[in-house]
Design a binder for this molecule. Structure first.
Ligand code: BV8
Ligand code: ZN
Length: 262
């Protein structure tokens, strides 16, 4: 085991409170394209240009085409060992808060899959600061419903409408320029401030305010562990920065004996 992996394991094992921030990279090995990686670009559009309320107002059909294709490709994706190990960490270390920027729901599915006998899977459900792609939200009355899997985005007429008010439905995700849910973000920031260790897995750490999570831990005197095949802007501030894939490294650094419910 490399010295850095051992150091990361020790930091996590000794941490009184842990906050974990994940990004698209934690789901890459599950087949979910990242935002800024090679497979991340979508046709000729940049996510930053499509994931905005302006784009939806301008061309709801195009935005739904992108989200409907992401929703249907997610149906074939399974959680990977990184999702499962992070869920086991939350079950075995009860002062662990998972925070994800992802909208793919794979952390929830991992928690449901690995929950020890008698444990409440919600213990390992993450704070989803950017919402969830499997839910729809009415753009008029804000009503939330289970996401439609039969969206026909080939024409404006095929875009789903709210059963209650006939408003256009949208994916229940936070777009660029939109505020995050204050309670969810507040809980993430609280956990970050109190954490002895912030484990950052698979994020380029460019999107705010989510990227403030590790910064808050550092500012409060905590340590950052990073897992990413590439260096990021966070790397110089990390106590340990592990170069590699989440599915390989996260199971190695989550403390031994993980999975025993305390
Ligand atoms: C806000 C949901 C204010 C949608 C997402 C100018 C104008 C307007 C706003 C701004 C501006 N400048 C800055 C801003 C703020 C803006 C922002 O930060 N922009 C960035 C681009 C500079 N933020 C916002 O707009 C936020 N809102 O500020 O509101 C406000 C306040 C009050 C009232 C009104 C308004 C909202 C941001 C949320 C946007 N929504 N997602 C959707 O999913 O479609 S963000 C999107 O990016 C995803 O959630 C994604 O997770 C997130 C971050 O990206 P990453 O997860 O890091 O993914 P990325 O591809 O970048 O990196 C993947 C990493 O994994 C890489 O480092 C790679 O090396 C690594 N990797 C790859 N494979 C693996 C791996 N790691 C490990 N293992 C592997 N196998
Ligand atoms: Zn409605």
């Amino acid at each position: 085991m490399s010295g850095d992996v051992a150091r990361a394991r020790r930091l996590l094992a000794d941490a009184e409170r842990i906050v974990v921030l994940t990004g698209a990279g934690v789901s890459a090995e599950s087949g979910v394209p990242t935002f800024r990686g090679a497979g991340g670009l979508w046709k000729s559009h940049r996510p930053e240009d499509l994931a905005t309320p302006e784009a939806f107002a301008r061309d709801p059909r195009l935005v739904w085409e992108w989200y409907a294709s992401r929703r249907s490709s997610l149906a074939g994706c399974e959680p990977n060992d990184a999702h499962r190990s992070l869920a086991l960490l939350a079950f075995s270390h009860d002062a662990t808060t998972l925070v994800t920027q992802n909208v793919d729901g794979l952390h929830h599915r991992a928690a449901d899959a690995v929950a020890p006998e008698g444990a409440d899977p919600a213990v390992a459900y993450p704070l989803e600061v950017h919402g969830a792609l499997h839910r729809d939200r009415c753009s008029l009355c804000d009503r939330r419903t289970q996401g439609r899997t039969d969206v026909d985005a080939t024409s404006e007429a095929g875009i789903p409408r709210c059963d209650a008010c006939s408003g256009l439905l949208r994916p229940d995700v936070v777009w660029f320029g939109e505020a995050l849910d204050a309670a969810t973000l507040g809980a993430a920031f609280q956990a970050a401030h109190e954490a002895a260790v912030c484990l950052v897995v698979g994020t380029s750490a460019v999107v705010y305010p989510a990227a403030s999570v590790p910064e808050l831990t550092l500012r409060a005197g905590g340590a950052v562990i990073e897992v990413n095949p590439e260096a990021t802007t966070l790397t110089p501030y990390a106590a340990v920065s592990l170069r590699g894939m989440a599915g390989t490294l996260v199971p190695q650094i989550v403390p031994a004996g993980v999975g025993r419910v305390r």
